[in-house]
Design a protein around this ligand. Structure first.
Ligand SMILES: Cc1cc2nc3c(=O)[nH]c(=O)nc-3n(C[C@H](O)[C@H](O)[C@H](O)COP(=O)(O)O)c2cc1C
Length: 328
């Protein structure tokens, strides 16, 4: 009897994607160690979070650190922030030396230092510029180009239909849609119906994004939008079990502890002991945050000074919670 060979969930251009759940790009969280963990848990590809085109061109040491990825993460997309086709094309050609599988154009970043300078979500106010940037990028690189957009600048200018068409006509191979406007930031509710409209209107794969927190939400957003894949952002922090379609509440403490040990070890190996620990502390808070007694532990977690101390605290914590007067 022949073995069953699974099919990819979908393709982005020529790149097969072997699953429908993907860690969303997140500056400050989506670094190499966390992305590898999410990939091992089932995230189907990785995004290197946004990098400024000029930072790539004038290549700082910091940029080199940010673009580091592991072969285990493939397919890997590198996301660029730009507002000008010459710098975008130059940066994308340089980025190709790192051999990413995909290049992604950021059309959603709401941060002031980005959007007030005409990049990220600010481009949604200039759809023609999006067309120029996307088509030049598609021509410049030999890999498929994707884009990640919001629904528009604000409630009065929700131009997502127009932007999606422009992206498709420019040759973009997949579109990720975060169902909010720039003005909404990360508040309010993501509009999954608008994502469904984009999915109905374009032929390229659509990745739906916004407010997916639970296994139930994954099924709901798939059903509501008909999307090809789902990007999970904030809810993956402290909960990569989402990628195994398991709710964090069902994960026993010892399993969390095992993953935290691996995550901390990966962070200290990647950044060195001190920086790795400091950057891991905010993840540790999130791995525990819905557990009883975690609030009281928070201050100790974020001020702890060595990896060994942190591990001792995490290893003894569930026991100490059972003793009256020693909680947290
Ligand atoms: C801390 C943080 C950093 C982010 N960085 C990026 C980024 O670099 N590029 C990007 O396209 N989106 C970025 N996002 C947006 C997320 O990819 C995602 O669109 C958003 O969080 C909504 O999805 P969620 O509800 O699953 O979190 C960031 C979000 C957060 C919270």
């Amino acid at each position: 009897m022949r073995d069953h060979i699974p099919a990819p969930a979908f393709h982005i251009g020529t790149v097969p994607i072997w699953g429908d759940l993907i860690l969303a790009p997140m500056t400050g969280y989506g670094d190499l160690p966390f992305r590898v963990i999410c990939r091992e848990m089932g995230s189907a590809m990785s995004y290197v979070p946004c990098i400024l085109d000029e930072a790539v061109i004038y290549g700082s040491k910091l940029t080199a650190g940010l673009t580091a990825f592991s072969p285990l993460e493939r397919p890997i997309a590198m996301q660029l922030l730009s507002k000008e086709e010459n710098t975008l094309v130059e940066a994308s050609r340089r980025i190709m030396a790192l051999e990413p599988d995909l290049i992604d154009l950021n059309l959603g970043c709401p941060a002031r230092h980005v959007s007030w300078r005409g990049r990220g979500a600010a481009l949604l106010r200039e759809p023609a510029r999006i067309g120029t940037l996307a088509s030049q990028l598609v021509r410049a690189v030999p890999v498929p180009v994707t884009a990640k957009m919001r629904l528009g600048w604000d409630d009065e200018t929700r131009n997502y239909r127009e932007v999606a068409h422009i992206l498709e006509d420019s040759g973009v191979a997949a579109i990720a849609v975060h169902g909010r406007t720039k003005a909404q930031g990360f508040g309010g509710q993501a509009d999954w119906r608008a994502i469904a409209e984009v999915k109905r209107k374009v032929r390229v794969p659509v990745l739906a994004n916004g407010d997916v927190r639970t296994v139930e939400d994954i099924a709901a957003i798939r059903e509501a939008t008909g999307c090809d894949g789902v990007l999970i952002g904030r809810a993956a922090i402290g909960n990569p079990w989402n990628f195994q379609r398991r709710d964090v509440g069902s994960v026993p403490y010892l399993e969390r502890l095992d993953l935290m040990r691996r995550h901390l070890a990966a962070m200290t190996a990647h950044y060195g002991e001190h920086i790795g620990l400091v950057l891991f502390r905010k993840h540790a808070v999130r791995y525990l945050h819905e557990l009883e007694g975690a609030k009281a532990l928070r201050h100790r977690l974020v001020t702890i000074e060595t990896p060994a101390e942190l591990l001792r605290l995490l290893e003894s914590w569930p026991l100490s919670r059972r003793l009256p007067g020693t909680a947290g």
